[in-house]
Design a protein around this ligand. Sequence first.
Ligand code: DHB
Ligand code: FE
Length: 293
Amino acid sequence: MTQSTAPNATDAVDPTAHDSGNKATDKFKSDRVTADTSKERAAAIYKDLLAAIAKVAHDHQVTYDEYRVLKQWMIDVGEYGEWPLWLDVFVEHEIEEIHYNRLDYSGTKGSIEGPYYVENSPELPAVCEMPMRDKDREATSLIFKGQVTDLDGKGLGGARVELWHADEEGFYSQFAPGIPEWNLRGTIVTDEEGRYEITTLQPAPYQIPADGPTGWFIESHGGHPWRPAHLHLRVTHPGHRPITTQLYFQGGDWVDTDVATAVKPELILDPKPDAEGNNVVEYGFALDVSKED
Ligand code: DHB
Ligand code: FE
């Protein structure tokens, strides 16, 4: 693979699949995960997984060449570090739906976390501006305000609203090159009534890096690599269920055809311009009481 990564005159270079993939992989690997799956459950899952693969192979009479292309592609995905990108785009939404339904919660809907969450972002007061560069200020400002409550509408003071999102070019700090570490990432602590008012910028749609194996996969069957513009949020409060979700923008590109299938109608914002031309929107989060997870 050749890559066109020559730095241009400014500080920025175009991120490549290899860059963002490897960074997402390193980030994920740093946190060795475990699950308490029993041998019996693992055996049942593997049996059904292999049966599903067998069914696809037979239904489509997959050829040896096609099998070898798959094998090569899977090796490439690993070498490019793109498993976090591919899995979070094409599989995570199913797991998120199962997770949301399993415990019968009724608070604000969740959505996928995606590969670009970083914990411990800088703490910010309830009324705040997100960390941003001068060039981010050229984008349309977004004033996002609301309240974290329980299911009865009682405000939850001291709730933590972790917010992370892409810049006006669709790039995430810590994963695309040349962006300050905590740009457009912060942990907002709500006031005594659970309220917040955050000034940030209107993010751009996000394109999955198209120059690596995830891009080849999409191109091979004529799909598109776009996610609609979105805000990522993780909202927590002691004794309440943490919510990981995303918010989208009414009428925005790709809202109806998100490559990651992660848009839900309840999660679409409709900001209105104020007198200064900032987009303003109010949206609240209702948290369920914690249950066994
Ligand atoms: C991916 C990127 C995102 O920003 C997101 O929200 C979900 C998935 C990805 O590249 O896999
Ligand atoms: Fe995202």
